[in-house]
Design a protein around this ligand. Structure first.
Ligand code: SF4
Ligand code: ZN
Ligand code: ZN
Length: 320
C-alpha cells in the first residue's frame, strides 16, 4: 500500500500530478478546500457578512461548489439558484429533484427559475424561432444571455451580495485564451476576479473554483459519492469551435507538462492586475437599455437580452 504523502497514515488514492504528490481521499479533498479558501481570500471574493447565491446547473462542479462553500461560509447566508432552460432531454425532473434534495441536506434555500416563466419562451422555443428567422445565433448564446439575466434578477430581488458560479480552472484558461486570441481586452478584464462591477444593477459574480482542475472536481465528486446530472445538452455540439479546440490542445499540454494550466492562469491574472485593471477602474457606470432599462454595454442602445429577443420578433421588457 502506498501511503499518503501528507498525513503519512492513510492509503494514497489520488496522484495529484501538478504537485507531484500521492494523496489519500481526506487530504485530497482538504487540499481543494484550502486552495479555494486561499483564492477567495486573495481576491476578497466574499466576506463573512455577505449573502451568497450559488448559481448551479446540477453538474459535478455544482456539488463541489456547494460542498466547499459550506466549509467556508455560514450556510444560513447562502442560497442556490438554478435555471431550467427548457431543453428537451437535458432538463430532467429527477436531476432537479436531486439538486433540491441536496440543498435540503445542506440546509440551503433553493430558487428555481424556468426560462419559460421568466422570458415567456423555453430555450427550445427560442432556438426554433431563431432558426425560422435564419439568425445564425448559436443556442449557447441565447442560453448564456438569458440564464445570466435570470440569475442576476434572482440575486437582486432576494438581496444577495455575490453570485458564485462553479467554473473550474479548465473553463477559466479556455476563456482567457479565447479572449486573448480574439484581442478582446475588455472581456479579459471583466473575467478577472478584481474587475469592477460597472453598474449598481449587477450583482458581482465570483468563481471560487477557478484554480481547481476539472479532473480534480470529478475526483472530489466521486470520492464524496455525489450523484449528478448525467444527461448531456443536445446543443453542446454547437458550442464555439475555438473553445473545443483549445480544450483539446490544453489537455495535451497539461498531460505532458503537469501544472501548465495553473501557470497560464497565474500569468493572465498578473498581467491583468499590473497592466489593465487600473484602466477599468476609471470607467463610468454603464448606460441603460432604451427598451427595458437594464445596464448595457457602452455605445449600445439595447441590452443583449432585448437585442436577441427583438431579432426573434419578441418585444418584451424582461426584468433584470
Ligand atoms: Fe446552454 Fe449551450 Fe450549455 Fe446547452 S451547451 S446548457 S445550450 S450553454
Ligand atoms: Zn492523507
Ligand atoms: Zn433591454
Amino acid at each position: 500500500m502506498k501511503v499518503c504523502e501528507v498525513c503519512g497514515v492513510r492509503e494514497a488514492r489520488v496522484l495529484q500530478k501538478h504537485s507531484r504528490r500521492a494523496l489519500c481521499a481526506e487530504c485530497f479533498t482538504a487540499d481543494i478546500v484550502e486552495r479555494v479558501r486561499g483564492e477567495v481570500a486573495r481576491y476578497s471574493m466574499f466576506s463573512p457578512s455577505d449573502r451568497l447565491l450559488l448559481a448551479l446547473s446540477g453538474g459535478k462542479d455544482s456539488f463541489v461548489l456547494m460542498d466547499v462553500v459550506k466549509e467556508l461560509h455560514d450556510v444560513g447566508r447562502v442560497g442556490i439558484v438554478t435555471v431550467v432552460e427548457g431543453i428537451e432531454g437535458y432538463n430532467r425532473e429527477e436531476d432537479l429533484e436531486w439538486l433540491k434534495q441536496s440543498s435540503r441536506t445542506y440546509g440551503i434555500d433553493i430558487n428555481i427559475v424556468t426560462l419559460k416563466d421568466f422570458v415567456g419562451y423555453s430555450l427550445d422555443e427560442v432556438v426554433k424561432l431563431g432558426s425560422l428567422r435564419n439568425l445564425g445565433v448559436s443556442p449557447c448564446t441565447y442560453c448564456g444571455v438569458l440564464r445570466r439575466r435570470a440569475i442576476n434578477y434572482v440575486a437582486r430581488v432576494h438581496g444577495y451580495d455575490k453570485v458564485l458560479t462553479a467554473h473550474n480552472l479548465d473553463d477559466e484558461v479556455q476563456t482567457s485564451l479565447m479572449n486573448i486570441l480574439r484581442g478582446d481586452t475588455a472581456r479579459l478584464i471583466q473575467n478577472h476576479p478584481l474587475s469592477p462591477t460597472l453598474s449598481r444593477y449587477f450583482v458581482k459574480r465570483v468563481k471560487p473554483l477557478r484554480k481547481v482542475y476539472e479532473w480534480e472536481t470529478s475526483v472530489y465528486a466521486y470520492l464524496k459519492g455525489f450523484r449528478f446530472q448525467g444527461a448531456e445538452c443536445p446543443y453542446i455540439t454547437s458550442r464555439p469551435t475555438l473553445r473545443a479546440e483549445l480544450r483539446d490542445y490544453l489537455y495535451e499540454v497539461e498531460l505532458s507538462r503537469p501544472g501548465t494550466l495553473l501557470k497560464v492562469l497565474e500569468a493572465v491574472d498578473s498581467y491583468v492586475e499590473r497592466v489593465l485593471l487600473s484602466k477599468a477602474s476609471q470607467l463610468p457606470e454603464l448606460p441603460q437599455c432604451e427598451l427595458c432599462g437594464s445596464p448595457t454595454a457602452y455605445g449600445r442602445r439595447l441590452c443583449a437580452t432585448c437585442d436577441l429577443l427583438s431579432r426573434l420578433g419578441i418585444v418584451k421588457a424582461v426584468p433584470y
